[in-house]
Design a protein. Structure first.
Length: 410
C-alpha cells in the first residue's frame, strides 16, 4: 500500500518587507501641498473678483459724476455752480477756455475720489484676506498642534497617549500614524524594561540575601577556626559589595525615566538626612562635615532626591584627604532650588569631570576593585536629576576637591 502524499509546504516567508501598493493615481491624493494650493489660489481669486467688482462700481460712479456738465446756459448766459465763469468777458475764446478748465477740474476731482475709495477698498479687503487666511491656515495646520501636544505629553513618560488623527490621507495623517507606531514600539520596549527590572530585582536579590544569611550564621559559630572566620568576613564583604552593585543598577534603571507622581520635597530635609547618615563615616576618616541649609521645596520623589544627596555626600567624604572638610548648602533661587556639595580632596583635572558621571568610572583608579563604592553614585545622581527635569554640574576646586551643584525646578 503506497504512502499518502505529503501536504504541500507553504512558500518561504520573504526576508524583506513587501512593497506597499501605490494608488493608481498618486497625484490625486489630497496632500497638504494640493490643499494649500487650492485654498490660497481660491482665496486670491475671490479677493481679485471682489476688488475688481468694487473698482468697477467706483469707476462707474466716478464716470457718472465726471460726465455731468459743470455749467448751464440760462437766457443766453453761461452760469456754473462749480466753476467761476464771471469776469471772463463775452468773447467766445475766453468762455471756451473757462469751461474747459472747469471740466478738467471736475474730472480731476472724480479721479481723486476714485483713487481714495479704491485705496480704502484695498485696505479693507487686505484685512479681510489676512484674517481669513490666518483662520484657514490654523485650521489646516491644527493637526500639527495636536501632534505637538501629544509629543509633550509623551515627554512626561505618558506613553499610553496616541494622536489617532482623523481626516484626509495627507502628509500630516501619515506623520501622525508613524508617530503612533513609534509610540507603540516605545511602550512595548519600556514595558519590557520594567518587567526585566522587576524580575532582575527578585532573581538577583534572593540568592545574595541567602548567601549573606549563610555567611552570618557560620560567622556566629564560636568554634569556627580563625581561618574560616577570616574567609567568611571576606566573602561577606564581597557579598555586600555585590548587593550594593545590584541595588545601584536597579536604581539606575528606574531613575532613567521621568517622575510621574510628584510630591513636595524639602531639599533642606533631604540634605540633613544625608549628613546624618554619613557623619559616622566622616568621623572615622577625620573629615569635618558642615552645612548651611535653608528650606528649598521642589516637586519630586523624596526617596530618589535623598539618594542624590546621600551619594554626593558619601563621595565627598570617601574621596577626601585627612583633616579635610565637606560642606553642604541648599538655596532657593527664582524658579529653581540648588543643592551644593563641596569638599577638599585630590586635584581633579577639568577634562576628567565628564568621565566621573559614567558608570563604573573613577578618577585614576581601576574600573573594579575599589573599596569606596561600585562606581555608580554619580551616574545615579545624574539620572535622578534628569528624571526631575534638573541637572547636575561638577566643577574642580582650587587646591583640590570638587563642587557638585544640583539644580532642580521648583
Amino acid at each position: 500500500m503506497s504512502a499518502a502524499p505529503a501536504p504541500p509546504t507553504a512558500p518561504p516567508k520573504p526576508t524583506w518587507d513587501p512593497k506597499q501598493l501605490e494608488p493608481p493615481y498618486p497625484w490625486l491624493r489630497p496632500t497638504i501641498r494640493i490643499r494649500l494650493t487650492l485654498l490660497y489660489g481660491g482665496m486670491f481669486l475671490i479677493a481679485g473678483i471682489l476688488l475688481l467688482s468694487i473698482i468697477y462700481m467706483l469707476a462707474a460712479q466716478a464716470l457718472h459724476v465726471g460726465s455731468e456738465l459743470p455749467f448751464k446756459i440760462v437766457s443766453g448766459q453761461v452760469s456754473s455752480d462749480v466753476c467761476n465763469l464771471s469776469g471772463e468777458g463775452s468773447s467766445p475764446s475766453a468762455v471756451n477756455a473757462a469751461m474747459n478748465s472747469c471740466v478738467n477740474h471736475q474730472r480731476q476731482q472724480a479721479l481723486d475720489t476714485l483713487l481714495n475709495r479704491s485705496l480704502l477698498a484695498l485696505v479693507g479687503l487686505s484685512v479681510i484676506a489676512f484674517a481669513f487666511g490666518y483662520a484657514m491656515a490654523g485650521r489646516v495646520l491644527s493637526p500639527l498642534g495636536r501632534i505637538t501636544r501629544t509629543a509633550r505629553q509623551v515627554a512626561g513618560t505618558d506613553l499610553s497617549r496616541r494622536i489617532e488623527l482623523d481626516g484626509p490621507d495627507d502628509e500630516l495623517k501619515e506623520l501622525a500614524d508613524t508617530f503612533d507606531d513609534m509610540l507603540d514600539r516605545l511602550e512595548r520596549a519600556f514595558t519590557a524594561q520594567q518587567r526585566f527590572v522587576g524580575n532582575a530585582s527578585h532573581e538577583l536579590r534572593t540568592p545574595l540575601a541567602i548567601n549573606r544569611t549563610l555567611l552570618e550564621v557560620h560567622l556566629s559559630d564560636p568554634q569556627a577556626p580563625p581561618e574560616l572566620q577570616q574567609l567568611g568576613k571576606t566573602l561577606l564583604a564581597t557579598n555586600e559589595r555585590s548587593e550594593q552593585l545590584v541595588e545601584g543598577l536597579l536604581l539606575l534603571a528606574r531613575s532613567d525615566n521621568q517622575i510621574i507622581e510628584r510630591k513636595p520635597v524639602d531639599l533642606a530635609e533631604v540634605a540633613s538626612r544625608a549628613l546624618d547618615q554619613t557623619r559616622g563615616e566622616a568621623e572615622e576618616k577625620g573629615v569635618e562635615v558642615r552645612g548651611e541649609i535653608v528650606p528649598a521645596v521642589v516637586q519630586g520623589n523624596g526617596v530618589l532626591l535623598e539618594r542624590i544627596a546621600l551619594n554626593l555626600v558619601q563621595n565627598a567624604v570617601r574621596y577626601n584627604v585627612p583633616e579635610g572638610w565637606v560642606e553642604v548648602t541648599t538655596e532657593l533661587q527664582p524658579g529653581q532650588a540648588v543643592l551644593v556639595v563641596s569638599n577638599t580632596g585630590p586635584v581633579v583635572p577639568a577634562y576628567e569631570i565628564d568621565n566621573l558621571f559614567e558608570p563604573f568610572r573613577r578618577l585614576r583608579t581601576e574600573r573594579t576593585g575599589s573599596d569606596k563604592g561600585v562606581g555608580l553614585g554619580l551616574s545615579i545622581a545624574r539620572s535622578v536629576a534628569r528624571a526631575h527635569g534638573g541637572r547636575i554640574i561638577a566643577e574642580p576646586r582650587e587646591g583640590g576637591g570638587l563642587v557638585m551643584r544640583v539644580t532642580l525646578p521648583v
